[in-house]
Write a protein that binds this ligand. Structure first.
Ligand code: ACO
Length: 339
């Protein structure tokens, strides 16, 4: 059998209309636009404010746009993966809700939990499924409604996160040297004390006690996470460059997880990649967890050209981290015309 390569053939995205600015946050907690811009680099983030709408709503919107842009027949989709830390419900899966709403008759779907590395990990899983020859078309959606787990009385975390979703279509080709080329993915398991949600899982189910103590929000020790994020993402990039005999000159774009502009700058510096080659959109959306990388692809699709070497890198709760080498297969400018 000829070798099959997994390629991304389209990108769809969705961000809610509501814009939460630094100015508005500074009326909610003791913070300022200056502090947030200097320490984090976020100007505004999108928030899904409508009651009764969850992650599946944004995921569905992103996937719908993806189907429209690519012209893919919904009946031809074999599988749909939703990677998220903020599923609609503990069960059923958010993927099952999205499949139902989109009317994908021939697809199976599942949720994939890898925090901010969700896109990196699930792209690798989808690409392996495609390479096996058993599946032809897979939708990977990275979506998070971070506002549902953020404490808007805690200035240390509420300025960091936003809501959003993006979806890619993963298909196979026998064309050589395109698509997913290599992935270096790791889970080190040391992150639990530094980044987690204390209650709501099987260790500490929801109760009056957990609600009274505000244990259903994201907890993090920012400085520790910062250090691990910089060290891990920069060494992951260097590893993936080294084992693919690439130098910074060979790379068209680095697309990093967007958590803090200072993290991105430090990673680029350590990995010796000029900042002009790094796609940055954190100022508009904040940290949308799993969604940041595909949202950046969606936002900047017009810049991407056939043959571009892309490096994806991410870091998140667990700790999970890694980098992937991806060769882009189409001119993004023509695709954005359909956005
Ligand atoms: N406004 C004003 N002051 C603030 C704010 C705020 N929003 N938040 C914290 N401060 C104060 C602190 O209270 C502290 O004051 P003190 O010196 O009087 O005690 C001071 O600012 C410095 O606080 P630090 O925590 O040391 O600030 P730091 O420069 O480390 O920035 C931040 C904090 C932004 C959280 C940073 O550590 C960070 O980005 N960490 C990584 C976070 C991250 O990326 N998390 C997600 C990754 S994984 C995932 O995406 C799920």
């Amino acid at each position: 059998m000829e070798k099959i390569n997994a390629i991304i053939t389209g990108v769809g995205g969705y961000v809610p209309d509501y814009i939460l600015t630094n100015e508005e946050l500074s009326r909610m907690v003791d913070t300022t636009d200056e502090w947030i811009m200097e320490r984090v680099g976020i100007k505004e983030r999108r928030i899904l404010t409508e009651e009764g709408l969850g992650t599946s709503y944004m995921a569905r919107k992103a996937a719908k746009q993806l189907l429209e842009k690519t012209g893919a027949d919904p009946d031809s989709i074999d599988a749909l993966i939703v990677t998220t830390t903020t599923p609609d419900y503990k069960f059923p899966s958010t993927a099952s809700i999205v499949i139902g709403k989109l009317g994908l008759k021939n697809a199976f779907g599942f949720d994939f939990s890898a925090a901010c590395c969700g896109f990196l990990y699930s792209l690798d899983v989808a690409s392996t499924m495609i390479q096996s020859g058993r599946y032809k078309r897979i939708i990977v959606i990275a979506a998070d409604k971070m506002s549902s787990v953020v404490d808007y009385t805690d200035r240390q975390t509420c300025v960091l996160f936003g809501d959003g979703a993006a979806a890619v279509l993963v298909e196979g080709t026998t064309e050589e040297n395109v698509g997913v080329q290599d992935s270096f993915l790791r889970t080190d398991g040391k992150g639990l004390p530094f980044l987690h949600m204390k209650a709501g899982g099987s260790v500490c189910p929801a109760s009056q006690f957990t609600v009274d103590r505000r244990l259903h929000y994201l907890y993090q020790e920012g400085r520790t996470v910062f250090k691990y994020a910089v060290t891990s993402m920069s060494s992951d990039i260097m590893e993936i460059l080294k084992r693919n005999n690439l130098s910074g000159d060979d790379v068209a774009w680095v697309v990093p997880h967007e958590a803090n502009l200072r993290i991105i700058e430090a990673v680029a510096k350590r990995a010796n990649v000029p900042l002009e080659k790094v796609i940055i959109n954190i100022q508009h959306y904040g940290n949308t967890s799993a969604a940041t990388i595909p949202l950046a692809l969606w936002d900047e699709e017009a810049k991407l050209k056939k043959g571009d070497n892309l490096i994806f890198t991410a870091f998140g709760a667990g700790f999970v981290h890694g980098a992937s080498y991806y060769k882009w297969v189409y001119d993004g400018a023509s695709a954005t015309a359909k956005k």
